[in-house]
Design a protein around this ligand. Sequence first.
Ligand SMILES: [Fe+2]
Length: 330
Amino acid sequence: MAAPNKVQIPALLDLTIDNITPNTVKINSQSGDRRLTYLMERLVTHIHDFARETRLSTDEWMAAIQFLVQCGQISSEVRQEFILLSDILGLSLLVDSINHPKPPNTTEGSVLGPFHTHDAPTLDHGANMSSDPKGEPLLCICTVKDSNGKPVEGVKVDIWETDSSGHYDVQHSDRNEPTERCVMASDGNGDFWFKCILPVSYPIPHDGPVGKLLGKLNRHPWRPAHLHFMFEKSGWDHLITALYIRGDPYETSDAVFGVKKSLIVEPQKIDSATAKQYGVPEGSWILKHDFVLTTDKETEDLRDKLAIGALKKLGLNLTLIDHLPVPDLD
Ligand SMILES: [Fe+2]
């Protein structure tokens, strides 16, 4: 990345409501990293405008600082308050939508949420990833295909859900090992299948600062029942998504905005022959679903095209470097 001309920094004295912004932008423009310079310029401009437009009070500014401190203090290896904050502000969904646009008839993304871990066991097809006897058994039979309907083999699939009480394993203080989560790979036909439990609705953790904020905003903390999936294979766009169970009371009011119509599914009661074939109890639920991946190239091209269109609409004189906008110096 080319270094910009040496930035002339004016004497930073007697800064006012009106000139603090351009001066702050200027002093942040010395790194030679055009993307960093642009990000900082937009951040400072928006945050200063926010203060000017709201006439932000000192008390409100301090309350915001304390709120962020509390988010940090409650966060841990297994508690991600900042992801929750990003989720309930709609930022997580927005960033996913910008970065992983999907051509028609391919699987849409959804929010990652704060409960993915890296210690899920790798299981064989047909294994039961849930150890919760109270859950209603669910058999999932899935395929991974490309946008032409061709099976994609060897995709690493991460799957995770709550137990029947609506808690992820990491929310239990006595967690010894991962449960209700696994990793498996698609086979030569693009197939993978597993046993789990029918997902239930659950509230996001609301005993911390984000929960208190939701309460103040008169918002509920509930997420509709869902199963999380993450698909990874070199050359293919990293897909983070979820399947939502139709008819959930929170289907249209997800606290973190993750539901899309194309991701709503309807498990059925399994018939006896299929139950026998797959070794699941009579009365189990069955869900069949085809996931459609896009290649890195397909996603990259679409992302660039959408970015150029969006920037043009905003009237911004920008160019893409490494697929990310920076001011056009030409
Ligand atoms: Fe979840």
